[in-house]
Design a protein around this ligand. Sequence first.
Ligand SMILES: [Zn+2]
Length: 289
Amino acid sequence: MRIHEPFPGVLAFYEGRDGSRHAEGPNWVDDGALSLGIASYAVIKGDQALVYDCHLSPDRARFIRDTLAARGAKRFTVILSHWHIDHVAGTEPFADCEIIANPRTLAHLTREKAALETGTYAGQPAISPLILPNRIFDDRLVLDLGGEVVELLTFDIHSDDGTVVWLPKRRLLLAGDTLEDCVTWVSEPEALPRHLPELARLAGLGATAILPNHGAEEVIAKGGYGPGLISATSAYVTGLIAGTLSPDLATAIAEPVKAGDLRFFAAYQDVHARNLAKAAEAKAAGHLT
Ligand SMILES: [Zn+2]
């Protein structure tokens, strides 16, 4: 795992997108997480640390906690971006901490807890134990991180239970999976029409820097993406709904790549193909009208 500090006290814990694999044979850690690259984040001030997602396994999460402790953190607050497996696998080393999520994240995790813990949800490795969130908010929660306002805001983008972290003073957005470079991973295709007004609401925050959980390492390391990542995502979702996107990813995202809003990454071709199939299915079922 590589550690970057794109802004003072904002740490990115990045792994993957470099061809490395953690195990032989198909498994969810390699296929989808490390293959695309994944970052989780922490914001540290004095002895307080906010941990935004806890990575792919307890040992990785322990490394994150130890890294923050070595920098002086004594109080850890975990914030879950959403309930998907690659974001909640490392909850165990934070079992003694406040773990904040919205009620939909809690409901999804509660529903799938047994399957996640036995490895029947997405296969091995199982997440055992999965620690459920213990502080629940909805819409907006304002935290005080050593005098700096940090807002948690809920969005229905990518999944119905998105929580983003917004640092208004720095105009910095930690976006979870609401935004992704190269393209959003469609997990709730029938919800795509709802994502567009939600993306507009997200753009309305006025972020000047955006750190997504899946993106290009060099961009994240140097301070993240601009607001063009949101407009590129909106254009892609609009294309998915309309059925107008080229099946070739490089063609489909040529414009935002040329504009510098996205970086082309070949592993997303499979994600794109899967997205197109899911959108077509939802359209056939009458969900995208
Ligand atoms: Zn993810």
